[in-house]
Ligand binder design. Structure first.
Ligand code: ARG
Length: 480
């Protein structure tokens, strides 16, 4: 019989039960549910609802159940119970009888599931930060292995100006740093403990909610019971940050797919992260990166699904909220895989430095430098832009680069050009000139790399401090 069965004359229809039951997927909250239950038993003891002996019995039975759940996860699969909370309670009652039946005093599955989900989300937030850290580390490693590699920088997918390959790596480092910061920030609002909010109106027992929050390593208890049991904005924040992170990863993937393309060839992906074709023997396809690009759509789907579920939902708890878990779990699994795969691809990526350097000099990427040269000779920039534009047109007609144009042609259009112009038109000169903060000059990039390494070290310190906060221990260390 269901926990609530005695009020009903008839059993639930099997089809409805299948529709209603969440155990097949909320099983993933089992450890969090047990941690919350142990903390609740302690709070009940302090409130004189349980004796010390009863609390100890409950705690040790819950510890046993945690072991069972970790070692034989199929035990829940065989069960026909409604959800993970029901499963844990049924296990407890099976072991302790009447004492087990006391645990749910003053508690509702509504504050219980909100607590479990916040505990689970906090772990996921810190795991994603760790995985982002690994991608950032891989980007810095790749940049360091190819310190002198040059790429044509693009705007509108047209050759624009030469850039250092390491500058490209640092661009993604920055995006991921913001994602990491957003995950850390989301944790600040997730770190509130709903337990003690009851079904919706608060609990009727004298629970010390501050102590309960501390016991579960939350920063503070939630402040309003209606809000606590019915809001899921911490999940929305987690999903929106994941979607943004997916956007960044999909752009990185797209860049590398393009760089590895047959007409381009700036990079070569390792065999271990590519696939072949069942028909065309010569193919080496960037499937890993294409899947990263493609799976970003699922992250948006999860975010949209939850936003639509929450929109217009009346206070307080409604069963619609059970639909929060599938998108959260799917998004976390998807993003985790994408981050790990990107790390793997970057760790094994080879840059074809000769090809990319050659390309960096093509497509008149030094046209701005010639205009800047004229500016230094006192030609107003608009005028210089105009003269170089004409020279580019002539060079295209003659199928030559700007530096290949004869002096007579150059001076006919731009009279201030002298012989010294040529040294300013090389790729190296172009790079070296962009030596202001955030620019691609080797001196700037090497400074930026140092700053990035320092930030990564700071992130690492924060992550290990957070691990102490978030990863508490079950009695007997049962976390799996
Ligand atoms: N499985 C439910 C959920 O995920 C647990 C809460 C059930 N509460 C209730 N009043 N039916 O939301």
């Amino acid at each position: 019989m269901a926990l609530w069965g005695s009020r009903f004359e008839k059993d639930s229809d099997p089809l409805f039960r299948k529709f209603n039951d969440s155990l097949p997927y909320d099983w993933r909250l089992v450890q969090e549910d047990i941690e919350g239950s142990i903390a609740w038993a302690q709070a009940l003891e302090k409130a004189d609802v349980l004796s010390a002996a009863e609390r100890r019995q409950i705690e040790s039975a819950l510890t046993e159940i945690a072991t069972l759940a970790a070692e034989t996860p199929q035990s829940a699969g065989d069960s026909s119970l409604e959800d993970v909370h029901t499963w844990v309670e049924a296990q407890l009652i099976e072991r302790l009888g009447d004492v087990g039946k006391k645990l749910h005093t003053g508690r509702s599955r509504n504050d219980q599931v909100a607590t479990d989900l916040r505990l689970w989300t906090r772990r996921a937030l810190s795991d994603r930060q760790r995985e982002i850290h690994d991608v950032q580390d891989a980007l810095l490693g790749l940049a360091a292995r190819h310190e002198c590699a040059v790429l044509p920088g693009y705007t509108h997918l047209q050759h624009a100006q030469p850039i250092l390959f390491s500058h490209w790596c640092l661009a993604y480092f920055e995006m991921l740093q913001r994602d990491r910061d957003r995950f850390a920030d989301a944790d600040r609002r997730t770190a509130c403990c709903p337990l003690g909010s009851g079904a919706l109106a608060g609990t009727a027992y004298p629970i010390d909610r501050e102590a309960l929050a501390r016991a579960l390593r939350f920063d503070r208890p939630t402040s309003n019971s209606l809000d606590a049991v019915s809001d899921r904005d911490f999940v929305v924040e987690t999903l929106s940050t994941s979607a943004l992170c997916g956007i960044h990863l999909s752009r990185l993937a797209e860049d590398l797919i393009f760089y590895a393309g047959s007409e381009v060839g700036f990079v070569e992906l390792d065999d271990s992260t590519t696939t072949g074709s069942s028909m065309m023997p010569q193919k080496k396809n960037p499937d890993a990166l294409e899947l990263v690009r493609g799976k970003t759509g699922r992250l948006f789907g999860s975010l949209t699904a939850l936003c639509v579920t929450l929109k217009g939902l009346p206070l307080s708890y409604n069963k619609d909220l059970q639909e929060d878990k599938a998108p959260l779990f799917d998004a976390m699994d998807t993003l985790s895989m994408c981050l790990k795969i990107v790390t793997l691809v970057l760790d094994r990526l080879r840059i074809c430095e000769d090809v990319s350097k050659k390309a960096a000099a093509q497509g008149y990427t030094n046209a701005t430098d010639l205009a800047d040269y004229l500016v230094a000779k006192d030609v107003p920039f608009r005028e210089a832009h105009d003269q170089v534009g004409q020279l580019v047109r002539i060079a295209i007609e003659r199928d030559e680069s700007l530096e290949e144009l004869p002096m007579s042609v150059l001076t006919r259009i731009a009279p201030k050009i002298e012989k010294d112009a040529h040294v300013q038109l090389t790729v190296d000169a172009s790079l070296n000139k962009r030596n202001t903060l955030g620019g691609t000059a080797p001196a700037q990039v090497s400074q930026a790399m140092k700053v990035a390494h320092r930030r990564l070290a700071r992130n690492r310190d924060r992550l290990s401090a957070a691990a102490v906060t978030v990863r508490w221990e079950l009695p007997g260390s049962l976390l799996c």
